[in-house]
Design a protein around this ligand. Structure first.
Ligand SMILES: CNCC(=O)c1nnc(C(C)(C)C)o1
Length: 320
């Protein structure tokens, strides 16, 4: 393992498309790299975060058939930020629909943050379809994870400056349930209320996603109203519904369904958005999975040590 690796060079898709999955939702997807190669599915975060061209660069394009898709309401999928028919189980079905559409039997599945949540949910639902899992910044939507970051039960103590703009948007009397209060505003009849709530919610998350604040990401949350609404509305929708999971600890409790699958977990020690406890609990229940703590990293996949371990992992599974 070299210490700090660079991403694979940028590539362009050899195919892009739109897949209608319900009367309401149409999904954007793309394929790049080697059309006859080892299929890998990139599962983006948020939910609602969408994919970007850089996401392709975690994979050796000479070997991998690199498949990206924008989940319901995210990125180029339409309608943007749509919450109707948008649940974890819909997304698991969408992944199977996409797999069949593309003629993939089995694939490597790669996901960080919410992408790790959906990757785990998909693998536990369809273990025979997963060649290997690469998980980063593990998030399982336990109540404690949500309260830590969105309800003023921890992360606010580490970023009190950025917390102020997030929490001051909500009247004191509503702060007993901050996510619910944001949800009322993110789904308000009034467009300006929706936009302001989305910008505040997204800025809080972008400001805390790196060990060293990434001003570019903060600017994106403050200035890209469409993206901010996709990110904030869909995240908040999933969180106020507990991820639509059957029980609060379902993903870790059901890990025995996937312990036979080759896997690598990469976790930033100073991940403020998805604190290391979750990855640690998953690791203890899944000792077979390779486990890397990156000592000088936060939440984001592009932080040098995290990026490097992720590249090592995709190289490890490239010939499966
Ligand atoms: C719990 N939400 C964290 C998450 O999934 C996430 N954080 N940043 C992202 C993007 C990189 C997609 C913006 O996703």
């Amino acid at each position: 393992q070299s210490e700090h690796r660079s991403l694979y060079p940028p590539t362009e898709p050899y195919e892009t498309g739109f897949l209608k999955v319900t009367d309401i939702h149409t999904l954007y997807y793309e394929q790049s790299g080697n059309a006859a190669g080892n299929p890998v599915l990139f599962v983006h975060g948020g939910p609602g975060g969408g994919t970007s061209p850089k996401d392709r660069c975690f994979f050796d394009p000479a070997v991998y058939r690199i498949i990206l898709f924008d989940q319901r309401g995210s990125g180029k999928s339409t309608p943007a930020a749509e919450l109707k028919e948008n649940t974890t189980w819909n997304l698991v079905e969408d992944i199977e629909t996409l797999r069949k559409q593309l003629g993939v039997e089995k694939w490597v599945v790669f996901g960080g943050s919410w992408g790790s949540t959906l990757a785990l949910t998909y693998a536990e639902s369809h273990p025979s379809r997963v060649k290997a899992l690469v998980l980063r910044g593990v998030f399982t939507l336990r109540r404690r994870e949500l309260e830590w970051f969105y309800e003023g039960k921890g992360a606010d103590m580490l970023f009190p400056d950025y917390w102020e703009d997030y929490i001051n948007f909500i009247p004191v009397v509503e702060r007993g349930a901050v996510m619910d209060a944001y949800y009322r505003r993110l789904t308000s009849e009034d467009e300006q209320t929706r936009i302001e709530a989305a910008k505040r919610w997204s800025t809080w998350e972008m400001a805390t996603s790196h060990l060293y604040i990434n001003e570019e990401k903060v600017k994106k949350a403050e200035e890209e109203a469409v993206w901010a609404q996709q990110f904030a509305r869909i995240e908040c929708h999933y969180f106020v519904h507990g991820g639509f999971l059957k029980s609060p600890n379902q993903l870790i409790d059901d890990v025995d369904k996937i312990r036979h699958i080759p896997a690598t977990i990469v976790q930033g020690r100073y991940d403020i958005v998805c604190p290391m406890d979750t990855a640690w609990q998953l690791h203890k229940r899944w000792p077979e999975a390779e486990f890397h703590i990156t000592a000088d990293a936060g939440h984001n996949a592009q932080e040098p040590a995290t990026r490097s371990r992720l590249l090592d992992a995709t190289d490890k599974y490239k010939h499966l």
